[in-house]
Design a binder for this molecule. Structure first.
Ligand code: ATP
Ligand code: MG
Length: 201
């Protein structure tokens, strides 16, 4: 039997936003199970990431999400270099059930090359967990970027997804619009604070 992620980490839920008004609080709650064998996922292989170096409260929040105690998606935001990408990948490395990682730029590239495909979002819908990184860093293809984010957000609505950004939620609403904000910010939020760990690990 697969172990749940929190069996190895433990901890109690801390600072998880309450249910959004107007929604039942079970929407978007999906369990994620831990891989049996340690595994480094193929995404960003050169980036070293350890679960032990992830902010403890963030890790507990991820475990709560994995145990269906909080609602997906996770909107993970904070200043440059605070460890957002490493945290998301460390979690993805441990998750069973098929994981995907893409930056918004990757999604834009992919849209530009596969725009005609009818089933272009199917593979994304079937992933057990998806990390979408660098939201808000604006590519040159503004219209395609909007469609890529909207398509991904629709494909992953209420599914286990981690959206990573340097922008706060109001920045997302301002840069894109309320439709994107609604899809990305309807679950759990976590602000990762601190110094740029590239300078002071
Ligand atoms: N869990 C971790 N394991 C190992 N190293 C880490 C971890 N978290 C942070 N670091 C260190 O901090 C650096 C910055 O982390 P990361 O790239 O995740 O930041 P970020 O918040 O995604 O930054 P940006 O906003 O620029 O994308 C990493 O290159 C690594 O050296
Ligand atoms: Mg990053």
């Amino acid at each position: 039997m697969l172990e749940q992620l929190d069996k190895i980490i433990g901890g109690r839920p801390v600072s998880i936003p309450g249910p959004t008004p107007g929604r039942t609080d079970t929407i978007g709650r999906h369990k994620i199970y831990r891989r049996k064998e340690p595994h480094k996922s193929p995404w960003k292989p050169s980036l070293e990431r350890s679960p032990n170096l992830v902010d403890r409260v963030l890790w507990r929040t991820l475990c709560d999400l994995a145990n269906a105690k909080a609602s997906w998606p996770l909107f993970l935001y904070g200043p440059v270099g605070t460890g957002k990408t490493c945290a998301a990948l460390a979690f993805l490395d441990q998750a069973a059930g098929g994981g995907l990682y893409a930056t918004v730029n990757d999604l834009v590239d992919w849209m530009l090359h596969h725009y005609e495909s009818q089933s272009r979002w199917d593979w994304m819908e079937s992933a057990g967990l998806m990390v979408i990184d660098e939201l808000g860093t604006r590519t040159r293809e503004v219209d395609v970027e909007y469609q890529a984010i909207k398509g991904a957000a629709d494909a992953r609505e209420h599914s286990p997804t981690i959206w990573v950004s340097n922008l706060r939620s109001e920045g997302i609403a301002g840069l894109y619009d309320e439709r994107i904000y609604s899809r990305i910010c309807c679950g759990t939020w976590y602000e990762l604070k601190g110094n740029d760990r590239r300078f002071s690990p």
